[in-house]
Design a binder for this molecule. Structure first.
Ligand SMILES: Cc1cc2nc3c(=O)[nH]c(=O)nc-3n(C[C@H](O)[C@H](O)[C@H](O)COP(=O)(O)OP(=O)(O)OC[C@H]3O[C@@H](n4cnc5c(N)ncnc54)[C@H](O)[C@@H]3O)c2cc1C
Length: 535
């Protein structure tokens, strides 16, 4: 329940941050002592991808490495769509943000000389991933930041509320509509604010096979799009090649760092299938490895991550999280190959933002995975997302601190939808299954068109606001994937398998444009009934 302390309408000049992951918490800390309210769907520490990060943060802090080399690697992986100035800006600010995290108490690993220890990850030309106790970076970052947030008096935290709509007035943000999580009968609550920061994370849970927590179901992107914000590059979804397939939702992850340490990908005949696919084999860019794993599974050969030789008895000590996840499922990764499959993992697209994290809507900022800064292009370089979250969270705080935020002149509009009938699990399951089969690792015109028509119908007709928000984001991903008639980075079209130079530009779209595409497709008869693809 919202008690008087939580009555945000009494603090209408407050900054409201939606999201309690790295981007949201870091932004709140950087804004201190300015009063801010952080709203998080899940209790802090839960429901945030940040807590699950295993690799660490990319930062060119080692001797011989440079921001320029880091930016060049980022640009190379992004398949022609990375904004080079953005990539360089990120790389240059990495050292300062790592120092901030150290100041907040994150215990990054150090070498024998006391310098930050750095690991290697796929497609990085240098060892530059700062980490904590092997694969514990996410947990350690979250627990340090939560402690710092809890002991900062200017930060109020409101847990267990989901933001389900952005309220606008005269083209600017005026507040939010919230609802208590887990109570289908709960009435919506409106809060007034002229400065809202969305830091709601990714969209992975829109997919049936994902590494993301349930809260990462694209709601932040949806509410911004529904309020009219421009959305960038929604079609670019990164699939992690090595989710551990032990029947769990979300699927636990076998971090990229395992391949960095020499673990190989084999099929059920013990063959290293990536050798024939790319000169970097297992360390090739993620999309290529994901398609390799996908193809091997589709061909009925299975795919396994084999760390027996590379790590053997050191597995548990070096990768405790992965080790624990395998052991729970009865697999000893020191002695057995781990069954893996590609899973929706990271969204390169999101709410379009500028260098300050400002969106196209006045009073709305976005940071972390929900945003699209141009840093990742068509494919993200490993461990650049935590870096982007922390760099943009700091920039947003600086921008807000330098702005005059007017107190709300008008009360927020009446709630947009008051109905919130319990979401039928089957509908959510169908939507997630369709995302995986129709907008997954390999896409084509027929499946994409079918998905667009389905999501547009849900978005238009459902009376359930949570489902409508999921369908909104799904529709944006599907229409942009249908429109991009080429293969680039993580977006692979079986019917257009090559890159087309004329399409080497970012997608900028809106919900209105997505609905127009859906309307044009609804007039086109389905060419055939698309067969589901099993990932
Ligand atoms: C398993 C895994 C491993 C990863 N490993 C790495 C890595 O090693 N290095 C790296 O750079 N990146 C990694 N990533 C990606 C990285 O973790 C994320 O991109 C990053 O943590 C996103 O941070 P964020 O603050 O934007 O979102 P999150 O950390 O996901 O936080 C989102 C917050 O928003 C809340 N929320 C969501 N919707 C709403 C709503 N509507 N209303 C209220 N609250 C809401 C959630 O409860 C949560 O508190 C990994 C991701 C996964 C899933």
């Amino acid at each position: 329940m919202l008690n008087q302390d939580h009555d945000l309408t009494r603090h209408a000049d407050n900054v409201v941050i939606v999201g309690g992951g790295l981007a949201g918490l870091f932004c709140a800390l950087k804004l201190a002592p300015r009063p801010v309210t952080v709203i998080s769907a899940a209790p802090l520490g839960q429901g945030a991808s940040t807590a699950w990060a295993q690799g660490g943060i990319a930062a060119a802090v080692a001797e011989g490495d440079s921001a320029e080399a880091h930016a060049a690697d980022t640009v190379a992986v992004g398949a022609g769509l990375v904004d080079e100035a953005v990539a360089l800006g990120l790389a240059r600010e990495a050292g300062a943000r790592i120092r901030d995290l150290l100041h907040y108490g994150v215990p990054f690993d150090r070498d024998l000389e006391g310098k930050l220890a750095v690991a290697r990850e796929a497609a990085h030309s240098a060892r530059r991933i700062v980490h904590v106790r092997g694969d514990m970076a996410g947990k350690a970052i979250m627990s340090a930041l939560i402690e710092a947030v809890r002991s900062t008096p200017s930060i109020r935290v409101l847990e267990g509320y989901v933001a389900e709509a952005l309220l606008t007035w005269d083209g600017a943000v005026a507040g939010l509509q919230l609802r208590q999580v887990g109570d289908a009968a709960a009435k919506p609550v409106t809060v007034a604010s002229r400065a809202v920061v969305l830091a709601t994370g990714g969209i992975g849970h829109l997919y049936a096979v994902t590494t993301n927590p349930p809260e990462a179901s694209g709601l932040g992107l949806a509410i911004a799009a529904r309020a009219g914000a421009v959305i960038a590059d929604p079609e670019f979804v990164q699939f992690h090649p090595t989710a551990i397939m032990v029947g769990r939702d979300p699927a636990p992850l076998a971090t990229e760092a395992l391949r960095g340490e020499g673990a190989t990908l084999i099929n059920d005949k013990g063959e290293r299938f990536m050798l024939a696919r790319h000169k970097l084999a297992e360390l090739a860019p993620r999309d290529i490895v994901a398609r390799g794993v996908f193809a091997e599974i589709a061909a009925g050969h299975g795919a396994f991550l084999d760390a027996r030789e590379a790590l053997g008895a050191h597995f548990a000590e070096k990768f405790p999280t992965v080790h624990a996840n395998c052991m729970v499922a009865g697999i000893d990764p020191a002695k057995q190959p781990i069954p893996v499959a590609p899973a929706a993992h990271y969204h390169m697209g999101g709410i379009a933002v500028d260098h300050h994290g400002r969106t196209s809507l006045k009073g709305l900022w976005a940071g972390g995975e929900v945003s699209s800064t141009g840093a990742h292009g068509a494919n993200r370089l490993a461990s650049n997302s935590l870096l982007e979250a922390v760099v943009y969270a700091a920039r947003i705080a600086e921008d807000i601190n330098g702005s005059t935020i007017a107190a709300s002149a008008h009360p927020p509009a009446a709630p947009i939808i008051s109905r919130n009938c319990a979401m039928p699990p089957i509908t959510e399951r169908n939507l997630r299954a369709m995302m995986t089969t129709h907008i997954g690792v390999i896409r084509d015109d027929d499946r994409l068109a079918e998905a667009v028509r389905s999501f547009a119908a849900i978005e238009r007709d459902t009376g359930n606001i949570a489902l409508r928000n999921m369908a909104t984001t799904a529709l944006l991903v599907a229409t942009s994937a249908w429109t991009r008639c080429e293969s680039r980075g993580a977006h692979y079209r079986a019917d257009y398998p090559t890159e087309r130079p004329a399409l080497a530009h970012r997608t900028m779209t809106t919900l209105v444009a997505a609905r127009d595409i859906a309307a044009s497709l609804s007039e086109r008869a389905p060419a055939r009934t698309a067969q589901p693809m099993i990932v």
